[in-house]
Design a protein around this ligand. Structure first.
Ligand code: SF4
Ligand code: SF4
Length: 210
């Protein structure tokens, strides 16, 4: 079954994404951090993503593009995947520009994934087992923090825990009754694009939870 997002769920995800952006901007502004003029571009970092709902929302953005644009991006995604698998086969971690990044800009900016919206500023997150994780931010943000020389406990942090929990709730709403049958998602953006929109298994008489 091809996953088409119900409009209400897509709207809930849009609002959550907006709040992620606001939380990120609040910390970035306090630090005076921004990407303008950065010699690096994080869109070549190798990240895996884990939710059907983000995959489906990415495709919702792609589906709204004109056919020729969509085909261009899909071709780029296929080329990325081929190269990434080749590098992984050689034991290397791929460092390849995301197929959606064109001349430094994200082609599906409003549909980019959570990782794209949270990477950069210092952040914290509490895992379900209670362990607290701290993320120092990107190299440029770390340099900025160091140059300011403030105390570590005064550092503004993006709190990711609640945002991530809300994403998990939306994911559960989408795959309700099928989680036990659905393979885990562990994909690059390129793989999410080149594999087509996500699919969930059909329910059958032998799957009474559906
Ligand atoms: S998040 Fe940091 S490393 Fe990435 S582009 Fe922005 S400033 Fe550069
Ligand atoms: S989806 Fe957009 S923001 Fe995220 S890595 Fe790709 S180009 Fe960059």
């Amino acid at each position: 079954m091809r996953l088409i997002l119900p409009p209400g769920l897509a709207e809930e995800l849009r609002i959550l994404y907006e709040e992620m952006e606001q939380a990120y901007d609040a910390v970035a502004q306090q630090l005076g951090h921004g990407c303008d003029g950065c010699p690096d571009n994080c869109c070549d970092s190798y990240f895996l993503h884990h939710t059907y709902i983000e995959w489906a929302y990415l495709w919702q953005g792609l589906a709204a593009l004109p056919e020729d644009r969509r085909q261009t991006l899909l071709s780029r995604a296929e080329a990325y995947e081929r190269k990434a698998q080749e590098l992984i086969g050689l034991g290397q971690r791929p460092k390849l520009m995301c197929p959606l990044n064109e001349e430094g800009r994200c082609s599906l900016y409003a549909h980019r994934l959570m990782v794209c919206r949270t990477h950069g500023v210092p952040a914290t997150m509490t895992r379900p087992d209670g362990r607290q994780l701290r993320f120092p931010g990107c190299f440029r943000c770390q340099e900025l923090v160091e140059s300011k020389g403030g105390a570590e406990d005064e550092l503004p942090l993006m709190e990711r825990t609640q945002l991530l929990k809300r994403l998990v709730v939306l994911e559960q709403k989408l795959v309700v009754g099928k989680r036990h049958m659905a393979p885990k998602v562990k994909r690059t953006i390129a793989s999410m694009l080149s594999s087509g929109p996500p699919e969930l298994p059909h329910c059958s008489d032998r799957t009474p939870k559906c």
